[in-house]
Design a binder for this molecule. Structure first.
Ligand code: DGP
Length: 113
């Protein structure tokens, strides 16, 4: 169920504008509004889960990860890319709706900050 005042629920409902790159019955992929790399996409489940700990649907998570890999190929990220799921305040999660970041198009540091 959509959660009030959740920006990702509003994007999924079509109430807030976003560049949608892919969509199926259970998830959506959009461009991040504040990109941290030349390619920065977000893969977001349509169902509202606050974070990965709340989502028990392994099939959904698996499909989102597979779709992230397809999108990386679509975006020509053959030199590599990174998938990130920030979870909770200490990890820097700012939008409380589960999402996978897909980042690519530049060299990345390890360990991440
Ligand atoms: P996180 O910090 O892991 O919760 O990631 C949230 C991301 O969402 C962050 O990279 C910026 C992005 N974001 C925030 N508001 C919007 C918005 O209104 N539209 C889009 N496309 N992205 C947004």
């Amino acid at each position: 169920m959509a959660k009030q005042n959740c920006i990702f629920c509003q994007i999924i409902a079509g109430e807030l504008k976003a560049t949608i790159l892919w969509e199926d019955d259970s998830a959506i992929a959009i461009r991040d509004l504040y990109p941290q790399a030349p390619t920065h996409l977000l893969i977001i489940p349509k169902e509202h889960y606050t974070d990965i700990t709340e989502c028990k649907d392994g099939l959904l998570i698996g499909n989102m990860l597979k779709q992230a890999a397809s999108l990386a190929s679509q975006e020509d990220l053959s030199n590599g890319f990174r998938l990130i799921i920030n979870t909770g305040p200490q990890a820097g999660q700012t939008v409380a709706h589960l999402h996978i970041h897909l980042l690519g198009g530049r060299n990345m540091q390890w360990p991440p900050g």
